[in-house]
Design a protein around this ligand. Structure first.
Ligand SMILES: NC(=O)c1ccc[n+]([C@@H]2O[C@H](COP(=O)([O-])OP(=O)(O)OC[C@H]3O[C@@H](n4cnc5c(N)ncnc54)[C@H](O)[C@@H]3O)[C@@H](O)[C@H]2O)c1
Length: 348
């Protein structure tokens, strides 16, 4: 499969690494970035383009990976699909569910794959966590808490599109915690109620991009949820954490005794007296997976195209993550809890 990549920032480079890990099935045939400095290392390796129109006119590709700013997700995805390319689009799928719908329609019309790079779904710990919950080891899930705090200022300079809510489609929830939101749906199940509080204390941010957000949730299965995210915290420590509390066990992804991983304590396990939690054997529960999620993700993309099967993070699945984010923002802007199943106020 000949693959082209548009956008060569950090995520674009992860896709380059993933393609090189699957040399027998895939090759990098073309790259495109408006920043010509980023094209230098690819000269002689594959075709390089600094102009998107030229890329779409000349690049020899079966599939295109899009790792570009959010305001380009819908238009470039639809364009690639209409040209008969399969598309792997970076997260968030798009800024709104209306944009997502147009992408899904283009995928269906052209019979081409549309997969979203919600790469947590391809990490061994996420797959292992889902499998443990489905096994019933933790009993009924009563609560879940997830956080992602990261200071964007090291990576994105003042004036970047990411601080503009109009271009990014939101703030910390959309640009950062979309991973956590999608993982909540993937691991725990569908959310029915949300209540969000947001803060706008970043003088770099405009057009409704929140730099802090907290969201309370109630899942359809009755569990409570809590999401906490920010992109301006001062040296945060709570990056990418996920805690699940079941009636008969507790499990969390994060650092414990200096070691990152998925940790568990449950009524079914007997621990040695020095341990509070046991490290989950992720490899046993997610066999054959690489520690680099984008490598697993690309393999799944290629296999889904080859076998004509629906991928785990198919556009029709991930639009639901965007709809949940929209409901979180609607709750925040109205300062009231909202129910997804009725699309309205809980106390109406
Ligand atoms: N999966 C992950 O873990 C992860 C991590 C970070 C970012 N992302 C996502 O990846 C995407 C890109 O994020 P980023 O941090 O690399 O952003 P970025 O602002 O660094 O942009 C990525 C690249 O796209 C190029 N670009 C911009 N407009 C272009 C155009 N019209 N034509 C060609 N190239 C263009 C830029 O020059 C840049 O090199 C976003 O959707 C972001 O949310 C995903």
């Amino acid at each position: 499969m000949k693959i082209g990549i548009i956008g060569l920032g950090w995520p674009g480079q992860q896709h380059v690494k993933a393609i090189s890990a699957h040399k027998e099935e895939a090759s990098l045939s073309a790259v495109c970035d408006v920043d010509t400095k980023k094209l230098e290392e690819f000269k002689g390796q594959c075709d390089t383009f600094s102009d998107i129109d030229e890329f779409f006119a000349k690049a020899d590709t079966d599939a295109v990976i899009l790792a570009v700013p959010h305001q380009l997700h819908e238009t470039l995805t639809v364009r690639a699909l209409h040209l008969g390319k399969h598309v792997l689009i970076e997260k968030p799928m798009a800024r709104t569910s209306v944009e997502c719908k147009k992408m899904i329609d283009a995928s269906e019309l052209n019979h081409r794959m549309l997969m979203v790079a919600q790469n947590w779904r391809y990490t061994p710990w996420c797959i292992a966590a889902k499998s443990i919950i489905e096994s019933g080891e933790l009993g009924d899930i009563q609560a879940v808490r997830t956080e992602w705090l990261l200071n964007f200022r090291d990576a994105f300079p003042k004036g970047s599109w990411i601080y503009n809510g109009e271009l990014a489609g939101g703030g910390a929830i959309t640009s950062l915690a979309i991973h956590n939101v999608d993982a909540l749906r993937y691991i725990i199940g569908e959310v029915d109620e949300v209540y969000t509080n947001q803060l706008y204390t970043d003088d770099w941010s405009t057009n409704g991009a929140e730099n802090w957000a907290m969201c309370q949730m109630k899942f359809k299965n009755g569990a409570l949820g809590h999401l906490f995210t920010a992109y301006t915290p001062f040296h945060p420590v709570d990056n990418g954490k996920f805690h699940v509390y079941g009636k008969e066990g507790t499990m969390f992804y994060g650092e414990y005794r200096g070691e990152p991983g998925l940790w568990i304590r449950s009524a079914k396990r007997s621990l040695d007296s020095n341990a509070d939690y046991e490290r989950v054997d992720e490899i046993r529960l997610a066999p054959g997976l690489d520690s680099h999620p984008q490598t697993n993700q690309l393999k799944h993309f290629i296999d889904s195209i080859t076998n004509n099967t629906r991928p785990e993070s198919d556009g029709r699945e991930i639009i639901k993550t965007i709809e949940l984010v929209e409901m979180m923002y609607a709750s925040g802007s109205k300062s009231i809890p909202l129910r997804l199943s009725t699309g309205g106020e809980i106390n109406a």
